[in-house]
Design a binder for this molecule. Sequence first.
Ligand SMILES: Nc1nc2c(ncn2[C@@H]2O[C@H](COP(=O)(O)OP(=O)(O)OP(=O)(O)O)[C@@H](O)[C@H]2O)c(=O)[nH]1
Ligand SMILES: [Mg+2]
Length: 390
Amino acid sequence: MSSDKKTAEPAEKLNKGAKRPEWTPEGGGAEFTTRLMDGISAVHDGIASSPPAARLHAPPKRRELSVDDYVAGVLSGDRTILSRAITLVESNSQAHSRIASQVVKALLPHTGNSVRVGITGVPGAGKSTLIDMLGKRLCDRGHKVAVLAVDPSSSVTKGSILGDKTRMENLARHQNAFIRPSPSGGTLGGLTRKSRETLLLCEAAGHEVILVETVGVGQSEAAVRSMVDFFLLMVITGAGDELQGIKKGVMELADAILINKADGANLLKANATRAEYGRILHYIRPATEGWETKALVCSAATGAGIDEMWNVIGEFMRNVKESGVFAERRRQQTLAWVYAMVEDYLKQKFYGCEAVTEARPLMETRVVSGDMSATEAAAELIRIFETAKG
Ligand SMILES: Nc1nc2c(ncn2[C@@H]2O[C@H](COP(=O)(O)OP(=O)(O)OP(=O)(O)O)[C@@H](O)[C@H]2O)c(=O)[nH]1
Ligand SMILES: [Mg+2]
């Protein structure tokens, strides 16, 4: 018994908080980073079903990259470095965002050369299935395709539209594809900033087609519209009231409405729905000057109609490039981005200000009870804010 205890002691001592072996010299560099396994709590019995040894170790600390490393890596299309650059852009740490902005700035001259397509639609419309099928076809034809997600719901649920639900299995396996789930956490404004910079990084890495998926709830459609050239609204045939379910505002953002799941018993119905949308579109203001919003059908599952849809996007791009609408839209989008970031910053400052937070309940009570007008309350809150920040 006592001898058991004796032999156990050194191991306990070694493992207790120790991440490196005792024999590592003081100040030893990366060449001495061999890590110790946890004692008997770790499983290594030589049986094949055990977790691989690598997982028993804490992951080795990755070498820090310089701005030049990031820039060179992204430009050479190195996917690992592209991923790390995106992680940097997504980070909320100030130190990271300083490096990130230098990386993005250095890469800017290499951006702008892709077709940016936004895809929205109600949950379950088939967005991910379409992206998987379309993306794979484009990759097979030699294009490099990047897929991004803007998912404001993920900041609440910590889920992600490209995460657990749909893995885009065909596309994910393709060497020409790069798939990035939505960053989690933060406001829609924050997510959009990150997604925009991610988009630029993907372009610099040579991706010629960028597909941005967003779930059709809330404000994310407008956010995605403001970062893409072509905006696709995916719908499905429903219980007869499907047209009412879609807000006119969202239809006005779309360059095409794609009725998905036009297969099997649903084919006839999908075609009828397309005709109906075709009629409605006459009364809707087109999203893009000089382009008539199209109503199309497809089956993301079988692939029918997908090439035709891609041809429509090609036709659109030729049209807007010739007319100058493309260049003007990109210019406007960049300017809008500047002010969106300014607004985001100001909002954060205002609502993050302690004096404002303290004053709000009283102001709100007074406004609601009619003791104070909304204008007076706003003026007072702004005065409090400006006094607080000195
Ligand atoms: N029959 C049929 N089923 C489809 C088609 N496209 C997608 N589906 C199915 O519809 C379901 C939802 O598809 P997704 O691609 O995950 O839909 P989504 O729009 O990405 O959904 P969220 O990410 O949750 O917003 C899945 O079970 C798909 O297999 C289609 O063209 N035909
Ligand atoms: Mg999806």
